[in-house]
Design a protein around this ligand. Sequence first.
Ligand SMILES: [Mg+2]
Length: 594
Amino acid sequence: MIKLCRRQKVALVAKMASALSAPLTCPLAPWRRSTTRNHARCDLEVKERRSASYHPTIWETKHIQSFVTPYSYQLHAGRLEELKQITSRSLKTTKDPLLLLKLIDSTQRLGLRYHFEDEIREAVSLVYQDETRNDLYTTALRFRVLREHGLSVSSDVFDRFRGQDGRFLDGLSNDVNGILSLYEASHLGMPGEDVLEEAKSFSSKKLKNSSNERMESHLAKQVQLSMEIPLYWRVPRVEARNFINLYEIDPTKSPTLLELAKLDYKLVQSVYQQELKELASWWTDLGFKENLEFSRDRLMENFLWVMGIIFEPHLSKCRIGVTKFVCILTAIDDVYDVYGSSDELESFTHAVKRWDIDAINDLPLYMKICYLAMLNFGNDLIYDVLKTHGLDVSPFVMEEWFNLCSSYLVEARWFYSGYIPTVKQYLENACISVGGRAGILHACILGLDLSISKSSLDCFNHGAELIHWSSLITRLSDDLGTSKDESKRGDVAKAVQCHMVEKGITEEEAIDHMKELISQSWKMMNKEIISKNNYSGPNSFVRMCLNMARTAQYIFQHGDGIGTSIGVTRDRLDSLIVKPVPMDPYPDQLRQWG
Ligand SMILES: [Mg+2]
């Protein structure tokens, strides 16, 4: 535990203040070399480059090319259609409000919402109109489902479960199902909704103290999962995989819905496997493995990122394009963070600003490779959109790449000058350098809803707030997961270290503050979505912003899930993409959870 006293903090900040980086304009200012520390680092660069010692990929191209599944749309389209029709009828004809709510919720959690957008929208509006007073379970479920759909429903609905002191009634304690439903609903709060904070605190205490022995197995497992990560924060595809298991052992399940979920899951897996085969060939041909050996070779892990954000099978082109973007961006990030010398990084950023093939003349060989890969990828995208939609997206693409590289450069300058920014300075820059804004722009261009138009780019601009809060969660989750390894190898200070220095507090206190910032950012996102009911952008844009935050929390849940991808990340990729979902019940898990 590192704790700086005020005197040490002041001395450190004063020492570093003189080395504050120059404002980022073009032409870019040269590096400051006025401190002994800088000279030492520059000498080091000439003799020896830094290394992050990333392990080689654990997913060889041959292995990816060998993925197989007996499931295909060609073979299973008939059964899929039958099951979809039965489910569609159920969504249209179920009249009982509680049964309808549960059906909507199960369909969504099983990852099937994209098949039934119209039916679910109709069903949700019926639920919205029904204001019957209900028990805690139903009230909380209704509240969560309506808010998940961006509908405004007051948190006053929970008042009747509270005493005069504002606390939730102790008599509710035995209703574990109701308490769990309240816990999940409490994550849909907006800033200032104290009742939901009280609900979260009350329900989490009760659930932690509840005894598994007295619960049905599917409920016990749900409580365990929710204590790890609440439902609203879960990545949709991961939740679909979890919930297939849970739903299977739910005595009230619909066998048709379960069969549809399993079949759909396997068919979507077959799409991912095909995409990965195409991407593996592209990645090998790109030649980064041989030419940029210092950088992370993480095709599968980058795909996991993108699949978390955009999972629907018909958005294949978008997913493939965004994965390519993330692979190129990851290598460039490593150039700035690890390998590039200060002068090289200035030249590279300047070249990105120029967006010109002639600019490679000023770059070393390894930079020519990633610069040209970026230029070719960007230009192909610009050309494709111009040809197909008559829309010139070059200003957007060029600006986002430049903003991204400029933010990497700011971090590199801080590192080389030894400057520790304030949290505010750090986060303003880090929300760009995390790449969320640039990633979402690429997803918008690559055709969310398959119909790129001026308006889908407008949503990118109008949705700036949503992108900001989602990027902040992504950045903080990344920092919480990676900053220990990165600071060990001497990287630039991350949010936790900046906060420790600025406030003179312990690491634990700084980490708690970052977790609180994540929680507040979720509330800001909820407010942004709910206060603009029928959000001006397409639904898919909103979901993508939510999913980016969820995926970041998932990937960095147990540390650096990308840098160190052996272990949890490998198991997740295996379960989500490689291994089939069994059609029969899971005897092992039934025993384990029973
Ligand atoms: Mg970086």
